[in-house]
Design a binder for this molecule. Structure first.
Ligand code: 2IT
Length: 447
């Protein structure tokens, strides 16, 4: 059995109850096969892959908090410190009822290679809780965040582990988490990123992920002799990433026609632009987690209850919501509609089965580890802003972000060429991200 298959089999045996983690391990290890095969003997002896699939450390803790009725609630908190070969652990916190260790491990594993692709000195980590912020009052959110940080603070620090936001954790939550961290540690050290600019946050961080996705999509289209201008784009989600992506797509002359929520999707054939894009922030801020009010406010738009936007005809599809939102039936609908390009803004939005089908049918896929790396890249710029006791302008940040995204695309294509992988941007990104981490690990001895 090849080394890759051996390790996949071991991971399956040891982590059978964590399907999302198994999914990403299988996707990454399968796609880096040419690189591993070329170094099989050395990597096997040093158990490189066994080390890379095992988190360096994982913490799980109780988070008790008092709701507005005086009732005590108990949630579970997690932080998985996956790999620090190239820098301090870096990755967001997700607050969502679906969170369990398998979700945090999948996100942490993806984060290792994504962070590596940025070319910046950041390792991979992720955390979160099964707490559901939807429908909670502001004070409930604050009490939860304070309790969460009262436990997490001992595991993090500016050169150890730097959390940020993810689903359910935005500027408000980061503010409360930071306030409690500073109070306990008596230290204003930039340990969290995604802060408000009043708190040392980076100008442009809010839109960074979405802008980065569009820069990546632009490079991908350019490589295939096409441009974003005039293209019709179907997005999912209606949170921060969807918002930033829609802003930049409009600026570059593309037309956004869909958004979605857990309740269904919106089709607006007039285009989601101008004040309609700003309205997404209001919709998300309402705390109801539904997108249907868009169709009440803009009656030309249609709401499709309980459906996803993947059956709509578009030139480019950009999933911005959550993992596994594109399954095999969605992939079939997209191909039937003539889909040529998919650019993943959410983390692991496409199942492995759907990826295979799309690839077989000639769809070019920009993988999330590459396409959405602009968010964490700007987080690292925020870390250096804080460490240098300085402030960068938004224009500075956008220029660095654009450079980083262009480089990510170039590195992925270079890896495709080096290993004869054709247009497989997933394999290209995984190999480029993996190679840097693997080389750093090899230099550090058996740790
Ligand atoms: O998935 C991601 O890259 C994030 N949620 C952002 C992580 C970060 O540390 O900014």
């Amino acid at each position: 059995m090849s080394y890759v298959d051996e390790v996949i089999a071991k991971v399956k045996e040891k982590n059978a109850s964590e399907p999302e983690f198994l999914q990403t391990v299988e996707e990454v290890l399968t796609s880096i096969r040419p690189l591993v095969d070329a170094n099989e003997e050395k990597y096997r002896k040093l158990a490189l892959l066994e080390r890379i699939v095992e988190p360096e450390r994982q913490v799980k803790f109780r988070v008790p908090w008092v709701d507005d009725n005086g009732q005590v609630q108990v949630n579970i908190g997690y932080r998985v410190q996956f790999n620090s070969a190239i820098g301090p652990y870096k990755g967001g916190l997700r607050f969502h009822p679906s969170v369990y260790i398998g979700i945090i491990k999948f996100l942490g594993f993806e984060q290792i290679f994504k962070n590596s692709l940025t070319g910046l000195p950041i390792g991979g980590g992720k955390g979160g809780s099964d707490f559901d912020p939807n429908g909670k009052s502001d004070m409930e959110i604050m009490r939860f965040c304070q309790s969460f940080m009262t436990e997490l603070f001992r595991h993090i620090g500016p050169d150890t582990d730097v959390p940020a936001g993810d689903i359910g954790v935005g500027g408000r939550e980061i503010g409360y988490l930071m306030g409690q961290y500073k109070r306990i540690r008596d230290c204003y050290d930039g340990t969290l990123t995604g802060k408000g600019t009043e708190n040392g946050g980076l100008a442009g961080r809010a839109e960074a992920t979405g802008y980065g996705v569009v820069f990546y999509a632009r490079e991908m289209l350019k490589h295939f002799g096409e441009e974003l201008k005039g293209k019709t784009v179907a997005l999912s989600g209606f949170g921060n990433v969807t918002w930033g992506t829609a802003l930049k797509l409009n600026e570059l002359g593309a037309k956004v026609i869909t958004i979605s929520g857990p309740d269904g999707y919106i089709l607006d054939e007039d285009g989601i632009s101008g004040e309609k894009v700003d309205y997404l922030l209001e919709l998300r801020g309402s705390g109801k987690n539904i997108c249907s009010p868009y169709a009440e406010k803009y009656p030309n738009a249609k709401f499709f209850k309980g459906e996803k936007p993947w059956g709509v005809k578009a030139d480019l599809y950009i999933p911005c919501a959550t993992q596994n939102e594109i399954r095999i039936d969605d992939a079939k609908a997209m191909v039937a509609n003539g889909c040529k390009f998919l650019c993943e803004a959410a983390n692991m939005p496409t199942t492995n089965e759907a990826i295979e089908y799309l690839k077989e049918n000639g769809v070019v896929i920009g993988p999330s580890k590459a396409a959405n790396a602009g968010g964490v890249a700007c987080s690292c710029i925020e870390m250096s802003q804080n460490a240098g006791h300085t402030i960068f302008t938004a224009d500075d940040v956008y220029a660095q972000l654009e450079n980083i995204m262009v480089n990510i695309f170039k590195q992925s294509i270079a890896a495709c060429e080096k290993y004869g992988l054709g247009d497989d941007l997933i394999a290209g990104a995984n190999i480029a991200g993996f190679e840097r981490v693997a080389n750093a690990m090899l230099l550090q001895g058996i740790v």
